[in-house]
Structures are given as structure tokens and as C-alpha cells.
Design a protein around this ligand. Structure first.
Ligand SMILES: O=S(=O)(O)c1ccc(O)c(O)c1
Ligand SMILES: [Fe+2]
Length: 335
């Protein structure tokens, strides 16, 4: 097999574009409740960001008929890395579309969108509009006090294949969940924290969640308290709690369309060149919640469909393994 072209130099997970069926309802959830800042609004589109984000957005909400992931987007180091992405994904046989500045997502410059070998719609871009520095605008920080997008979690039927794909893109691996036969989950990074992307085993391709970072664990708790006060606690799916993997403090919410978002804080540095992968055993019931709390079934089973480059929902394939069916003590799931 001839040598593949050089992979693009990914800097970080930067934004996700989600299709929502009611933009006003989504505005209530993501802006009025969670406190994301509106950077741009046009007919049927909202561009939102966290307080630390210095570029145009971390989340784009676009109104449409079917709730789905339009694409996830990685920022690459140079404009030339957009060309590299086009060459690389063409060489691996992916559908590829070049999107000139001004013809794609508002604020984003020259980009390339692909359907990657795992079936996910992914954009690689470098140029993006700068945004006002809100890092110390405490007067504008509300709700979950979200700082930035931290990671994507994707549902894949073949975890080792996902691992190999992202390893080929130069991602490191911070943690895994394994047993002597299988890899059940993995967390992989380009920025020097626990992950930019993580894989949950299951029928896919589907989006499991987007992880939004906040600086303080009390902001995670405050998010849950706000929902309780509003009698909207039904939007809480899992947590608050402390993860085993990543050590992060977290709460998972489902938005009005069922898109899952994790409010996430306090993971750790992974930037040394000899950083070693920490491997959890799938039978360790502290791996997903350090205090041993059960993981609700819907967290393993429900996820968001993804679109192809033509905007059609991508069919999913079933997974050969099912972590939630593995007897894992505190989860209480399985036989
Ligand atoms: O539940 S896990 O501890 O495996 C976990 C760790 C980090 C995450 O970002 C996550 O979504 C889930
Ligand atoms: Fe997460």
C-alpha cells in the first residue's frame, strides 16, 4: 500500500454544529440556561461560545427538520493543514468537500469537510474570526459558566478502528477501559488535556455528547441547582459526579432535542512526550464514576444521529460488544 500523505496537524477540538428542531427552545437551553454567549445570529442559525473562547464559536445551532450532528470541527495549525486534510482524507477514500471562506459556517474561513473512515462528518479549518475577550467578564458569566468546548464523544461500533484512525492523525491516548480481550472505550488528545475525542462503544456512527468545560466544580453543581429551581430537573441525565476516567467532575444534560452535553471540569495535564496511557479494567466499578454510582442505561444506549455531506442521516451499524451488558458491579447492569 503506497505511503499516505502527511496527516493534518490538529490543534484541538473546536466546535460542533448541531441541527435543532426549534431554535428558540434551543436558545433557552444553551443561552438562557447554560449561559453560552451569542457571537452571531442569522436566520435559523445561532453561533455560541464559552467565556474563554477567543474565536467565533464553540457551538453552532442550525434549525432543521431532524435533530442531528451536522459536523464536528477540529482547528488545524496552519492554512496548509487544510490542504493536507484534503489530500489525506482523499487518499483514505473519504468523501471530501472543500468549503471556501464565506460559503460554510459563519465565521469560519477556508475549510474542508469529510466523512471520515468511522462515518462521522468532520471539518478541518484554520482561519476563523476572532472574538472579544470575555475571560474576565465575570459580569457576563451565567448558568454553567462555560469556558470552552473541551471534547467530542462519539459512538462507534469498532473501538480499535476508531483508536487506529485517530492514532494515525497523531492523537495521544490518555485513558482506556479494557479487559483481557476487548477495548471498550478510549480517550484521545491533541491539546494537552485528557481528550479532544473519546469513543463510546455502540451502534454508530452517532454523536454521544459534546463536553463543555467550566472552571469550577461548583458551576457543575450550580447547573443542577438551577434546573431544580426551574422544575426542569428532567434535563439532567447523569450525575453530578466524579469520573474515574479523566478525574473530571461532571453532570450530563439532554437538550430539548435530546442532544447530550456534559458540563465538565478538573481533568489533568497530558503534555509530556512520554505520557503513559492509564488503563481501567471494565470490571472496576469506579471507572465511570469514582464513587461507584451506577451509569443510567440511557447514557449507554441513546445518542444523536449524524449527517453525511449531503445532509442525509447516516445509517448505523450495530456494535459487536456492549459494555453495559458486562457485569460491572455498581452499574448493576447486565445479567
Ligand atoms: O464516564 S467516564 O468516567 O468514562 C468519562 C470520562 C470522561 C468523559 O469526558 C466522559 O464523558 C466520561
Ligand atoms: Fe465527556
Amino acid at each position: 500500500m503506497s505511503e499516505l500523505p502527511k496527516a493534518p496537524d490538529v490543534v484541538r477540538s473546536c466546535y460542533a454544529e448541531l441541527v435543532v428542531t426549534d431554535l428558540e427552545r434551543a436558545h433557552w437551553f444553551w443561552v438562557e440556561l447554560l449561559g453560552l454567549h451569542v457571537q452571531h445570529r442569522e436566520d435559523g442559525v445561532l453561533c455560541l461560545r464559552g467565556s474563554d473562547e477567543l474565536t467565533h464559536h464553540n457551538l453552532v445551532l442550525r434549525e432543521g427538520p431532524v435533530a442531528a450532528l451536522d459536523h464536528i470541527a477540529y482547528r488545524v495549525r496552519t492554512p496548509e493543514d487544510v490542504d493536507r486534510a484534503e489530500r489525506y482524507f482523499t487518499a483514505v477514500g473519504s468523501p471530501v468537500r472543500r468549503i471556501p471562506a464565506g460559503e460554510g459556517t459563519p465565521g469560519v474561513g477556508d475549510a474542508v469537510r469529510v466523512v471520515d473512515p468511522l462515518g462521522f462528518p468532520v471539518e478541518f479549518f484554520h482561519d476563523i474570526s476572532r472574538a472579544e475577550r470575555l475571560i474576565q467578564r465575570y459580569d457576563l458569566k451565567r448558568g454553567a459558566r462555560i469556558a470552552r468546548l473541551d471534547h467530542f464523544n462519539i459512538v462507534v461500533p469498532d473501538i480499535p478502528a476508531a483508536y487506529r484512525h485517530y492514532e494515525a492523525l497523531g492523537f495521544g491516548c490518555s485513558e482506556t477501559i479494557e479487559d483481557e480481550h476487548e477495548m471498550y472505550a478510549a480517550w484521545m488528545y491533541r491539546k494537552q488535556t485528557v481528550h479532544d475525542v473519546a469513543f463510546t462503544g455502540g451502534a454508530g456512527p452517532r454523536m454521544h455528547h459534546i463536553g463543555m468545560a467550566t472552571h469550577e466544580s461548583h458551576s457543575v453543581l450550580h447547573t443542577a441547582d438551577i434546573l431544580g429551581s426551574l422544575h426542569q430537573e428532567g434535563f439532567i441525565e447523569r450525575g453530578p459526579g466524579r469520573h474515574g476516567v479523566s478525574n473530571a467532575f461532571y453532570v450530563y444534560l439532554r437538550d430539548p432535542d435530546g442532544h447530550r452535553v456534559e458540563i465538565y471540569t478538573s481533568d489533568y495535564y497530558t503534555g509530556d512526550p512520554d505520557h503513559e496511557t492509564f488503563r481501567w479494567n471494565v470490571h472496576d466499578d469506579r471507572r465511570r464514576d469514582f464513587w461507584g454510582n451506577a451509569v443510567i442505561e440511557s447514557w449507554y444506549k441513546e445518542a444523536t444521529p449524524v449527517l453525511d455531506l449531503a445532509g442525509n442521516v447516516t445509517p448505523i451499524s450495530e456494535s459487536a460488544i456492549d459494555e453495559s451488558a458486562t457485569r460491572v458491579g455498581a452499574d448493576g447492569l447486565g445479567d
